[in-house]
Design a binder for this molecule. Structure first.
Ligand SMILES: [Zn+2]
Length: 201
């Protein structure tokens, strides 16, 4: 009888066990989802929690410091960030307040792998929004965190960091994109080299 009771208690835990997060394919420049303004989140449900888990899993696997939902093909206003061990999390329906004179620093994007260009960003950002449970959240960031929340919020508006480059840098960026191995995918069957090329994030 004791065994039967234990089994039933074990069984109770099963339905509440979370599904493992999925590492999803990252969408590259050229995919229309990256140019589509994302929709505000209205349901703070299990689907949203799963989306945040999948975003985190995909960002960490790609060694990124941030990832927005459109980058995995989901047009919702959600992003995750992991700037360092003390600065990580997620934000739903973000609103940004920027402070200070814009500063230039190298910036890259998981949707434009291998490219880095000097991009002007405000040095301080205050992002307000919600967590996945619908609780209000404020992120106050300087330096990389400030840059990251501006970059990720841009993704939710269909804006990419190359849009913010000056004319000369943007021209160089477009040239680099045309030469990038990932540009124009999917066409993986046609390979110039049989060797695997290391993909830089
Ligand atoms: Zn990006």
């Amino acid at each position: 009888m004791v065994n039967a009771r234990l089994r039933s208690e074990t069984g109770v835990a099963t339905p509440t066990r979370r599904e493992r997060p999925l590492e999803r394919d990252i969408r590259y420049f050229g995919d229309p989802v990256l140019r589509t303004p994302a929709e505000p989140v209205t349901d703070f449900d299990l689907e949203l929690r799963k989306l945040v888990d999948d975003l985190n899993e995909t960002m960490l696997a790609a060694h990124g410091v941030g990832l927005a939902a459109p980058q995995i093909g989901v047009s919702l206003r959600v992003f995750v960030y992991h700037v360092d061990e003390d600065e990580f999390g997620h934000l739903v329906n973000p609103m940004l307040k920027l402070e200070g004179e814009p500063e230039e620093d190298d910036e890259g994007c998981l949707s434009l792998p291998g490219l880095q260009f000097p991009t002007r960003r405000a040095p301080r950002a205050i992002a307000t929004g919600f967590d996945m449970h619908g609780e209000p959240v404020t992120i106050e960031g300087t330096e990389l965190l400030a840059r990251c929340v501006q970059h990720e919020t841009d993704h939710l508006d269909g804006i990419l960091f190359i849009d913010r480059l000056d004319k000369k840098q943007r021209k160089l960026a477009m040239q680099a994109i045309r030469e990038a191995e990932w540009f124009g995918l999917p066409k993986p069957e046609i390979k110039l080299s049989p060797h695997q090329t290391a993909r830089i994030s």
